[in-house]
Design a protein around this ligand. Structure first.
Ligand code: AMP
Ligand code: ZN
Length: 436
């Protein structure tokens, strides 16, 4: 396989060089943070008064963690480190509840971020010859503009279509012979269920690669999408607090996402105790942004659960790889006392060939007991009127789920298009237990 790089020197730097660069940047970050009231108070409390206190990367663990609430409490400008006139871009997190979290970028920050995205895009094998259809929402959400600028920097032909309007999306894919998509996995699944009604087959499209991100999804969903469309799908991870996409991206080998460690320090911690876990152990992803001047942020607890793979990658990149996000510390469901992540349910149902492209996890309460219903769309050709075949399928799904999550779910089969779908981040869980 041919390997291309955007910045080979940085991408293949040896570990000691990466760590030396991280240490230098961490010390600059500490000095920069000490100039800001909020961080200064926190750093002084743990006895850090200057970058002199940071002698090695291990000293990072002396710094306190930051969480989303810290950003909220400092809304809107409490964590801004520069004059507003030096800010060239504002983004905000897509959270739907409470005060939003705001992220500021200076010109230099935009340039750095764009470069990380260019690097990520080239790592998947894309190049200037590609036509890139960006189906992520443009606006305050970082997914739209972030990848947009990165793709332009690579020289791809960028179509800034944004999210929604499925028929138009498909028409544009045909008209401009789009070769690369950036889209949420749930929306790409949904589009597939619509293709027939637009008299389009996957073979009529020119798509070769797809960047999937912004929401959790299982490996089986990736495989299913690759199979349905005949494409290669690459996992893309980021969060607005760390700029947005471009924190970690898969290379052509698709075995975990290279975290750009010249720009971020990655730690995995035990979410209960805060203790740092060794590579390979699953825990909460904690990130330090090493190169953002307008809004420094260190040891940010993402609530995302994953593990690190530090084995060398065949692509030659030395930056360690992050596993698929296995769930979030705040999306775990407790169903009759059993802990279940929505991703476990998805992993099982997406491996069942009869299951279509959409599903919903529905929780209710009957008396004091939780009831789990898993509603899945199946392909319309399966609704033949043969009830026993459908009952057999229900039993099969139920049994596979029970074996994985140890809970007996109720399975409902639905026609394609019957369940609610989203054109941005999907909402897969409907938890009505409190209200009842
Ligand atoms: P936002 O700040 O609104 O961009 O949301 C960031 C969050 O989206 C992350 O903290 C993750 O929970 C989720 N996310 C982004 N990319 C992925 C991905 N590739 N896989 C799983 N979850 C993701
Ligand atoms: Zn690689």
């Amino acid at each position: 396989m041919e390997i291309t790089y955007w910045n080979k020197n940085i991408e293949t730097m040896d570990r000691p060089a990466i760590e030396a660069l991280q240490l230098q940047r961490l010390r600059e970050l500490v000095d920069q943070s000490l100039k800001m009231d909020f961080y200064k108070n926190r750093l002084l409390r743990v006895g850090i008064t200057s970058s002199e206190d940071i002698q090695s990367l291990d000293d990072l663990r002396r710094l306190p963690f930051n969480v989303k609430d810290d950003l909220r409490q400092n809304f809107p400008t409490g964590l801004l480190a520069v004059d507003m006139r030096d800010v060239v871009r504002v983004h905000s997190s897509s959270g739907t509840t409470g005060i939003p979290t705001v992220i500021y970028f200076s010109r230099q920050d935009m340039d750095n971020w764009t470069d990380l995205l260019a690097r990520s895009i080239v790592a998947t094998g894309c190049c200037q010859d590609d036509v890139f259809q960006n189906m992520m929402t443009y606006g305050l959400f970082t997914g739209g503009l972030g990848l947009h600028y990165g793709a332009e920097r690579v020289g791809m032909t960028v179509i800034p279509v944004g999210g929604g309007n499925t028929q138009r999306q498909v028409q544009i894919m045909k008209d401009f012979k789009t070769t690369v998509l950036h889209v949420t996995p749930s929306y790409l699944l949904h589009i597939h269920s619509k293709l027939e009604s637009f008299e389009t087959r996957p073979e009529d499209l020119y798509i070769q690669r797809v960047f999937l991100g912004a929401e959790p999804y299982s490996e089986n969903t990736r495989l299913k999408l690759e199979d349905l469309y005949g494409i290669d799908a690459y996992n893309s991870y980021g969060l607005s607090e760390m700029n947005g996409p471009g924190v970690a991206f898969e290379c052509v080998y698709k075995q975990g996402m290279h975290v750009w460690e010249d720009a971020y320090i990655l730690e995995i911690i035990d979410p209960e105790t805060g203790e740092i876990l060794p590579d390979g152990e699953q825990g909460e992803v904690v990130l330090t942004n090493l190169v953002r001047s307008a809004m420094p942020l260190f040891r940010y607890r993402t609530r995302d659960l994953a593990y690190v793979n530090s084995e060398p990658c065949r692509c030659g990149r030395t930056h360690r790889r992050l596993s698929r996000i296995q769930g979030r510390t705040d999306d775990m469901l407790i169903i009759n006392g059993v802990n279940v992540f929505p991703s476990q349910i998805e992993e099982v149902i997406m491996a069942i060939p009869e299951v279509g492209t959409n599903y919903l996890i529905h929780l209710t309460k009957i008396g004091s007991l939780d009831k789990l219903a898993v509603k899945v769309e199946i392909y319309s050709k399966l609704f033949t009127g043969d009830m026993s075949a459908l009952d057999g399928l229900k039993a099969k799904i139920k049994e596979k789920l029970r074996a994985s999550i140890t809970i007996n779910p109720v399975i409902e089969l639905h026609e394609p298009g019957a369940l609610p779908h989203s054109e941005g981040k999907a909402k897969r869980v409907l938890d009505e237990r409190e209200q009842l």
